[in-house]
Design a protein around this ligand. Structure first.
Ligand SMILES: [Fe+2]
Length: 191
C-alpha cells in the first residue's frame, strides 16, 4: 500500500511535532531512516519506502506520553515506566488513519520487542517479531548509544560496538548485530 498524497501534509505536521519529543533533532530521525533503508537493502529486503517511514515515525506515540515523563532527568518511577511502555501501542493507534505501509506499522508497534522475549509491549520472542522491527531495533539502539541524553553520556563508536555485541542474543538478534557491525566497520553507516 502506498501513502496517498492526501496524507502527506498531515504526516509532515506530525514530523514537525516529533522534533519536540526527539530532543529537538528531527534531522537525526531522517538519518535513522536512511540508515534503516541501507541496512534493509543490504539484507535483501524490499518495502524500503515503508521502512523509511517506519524509522522516522517509530516513536510517534511519545506525542501522547505526558511531557513530565519524557523530560524526567532521572530514572523513571514504576508508574512512569508503565506509561512509557505504552508508546509503541499509542503510536500504532495514532497512525491507523494514515494508510502507511504495513511494514512501517510493524516497526512502530514492535520496535521495543526483544529477541530474548524481554521487550515490550507484548514480550514477543525471536522470529515471531517481524523482521523489519528486528532490524530497526539494531539501528535504533546504535543511534541511542551514540547520542548524548540528559541522563547519559554519548558512547564512542568503539564503546557502542562493544555495547551492541553484549546485546546480541538478549535484546537484539545476533545475526543482525553481526551483519550490522561488519557493515559499520566498512563505513557503511557514515552519512
Ligand atoms: Fe521507542
Amino acid at each position: 500500500m502506498v501513502t496517498s498524497l492526501l496524507d502527506l501534509p498531515r504526516l509532515l505536521g506530525l514530523l514537525e511535532l516529533l522534533e519536540d519529543v526527539h530532543h529537538g533533532d528531527v534531522n537525526s530521525l531522517q538519518t535513522l531512516g536512511v540508515h534503516t533503508v541501507r541496512f534493509a537493502r543490504a539484507l535483501g529486503q524490499r518495502n524500503l519506502y515503508g521502512m523509511f517511514l517506519g524509522a522516522v515515525f517509530h516513536d510517534v506515540g511519545k506525542l501522547l506520553i505526558p511531557r513530565a515523563v519524557l523530560d524526567e532527568p532521572g530514572p523513571l518511577s514504576p508508574a512512569q515506566w508503565a506509561l512509557m511502555q505504552q508508546h509503541p501501542r499509542l503510536g500504532h493507534e495514532l497512525l491507523r488513519g494514515f494508510a502507511l505501509p504495513e511494514v512501517a506499522m510493524q516497526m512502530v508497534l514492535y520496535h521495543h520487542e526483544g529477541w530474548d522475549g524481554g521487550g515490550y509491549p507484548y514480550g514477543l520472542r525471536g522470529e515471531t517479531i517481524p523482521l523489519a522491527a528486528r532490524l530497526f531495533a539494531v539501528l535504533d539502539t546504535w543511534d541511542a548509544l551514540l547520542c548524548e541524553r540528559p541522563y547519559k553520556a554519548a558512547l564512542s563508536r568503539e564503546e557502542a560496538r562493544e555495547a551492541l555485541r553484549r546485546m546480541a542474543g538478549g535484546k537484539l538478534e545476533p545475526r543482525l548485530v553481526e551483519r550490522f557491525l561488519a557493515l559499520e566497520q566498512e563505513g557503511f553507516f557514515n552519512l
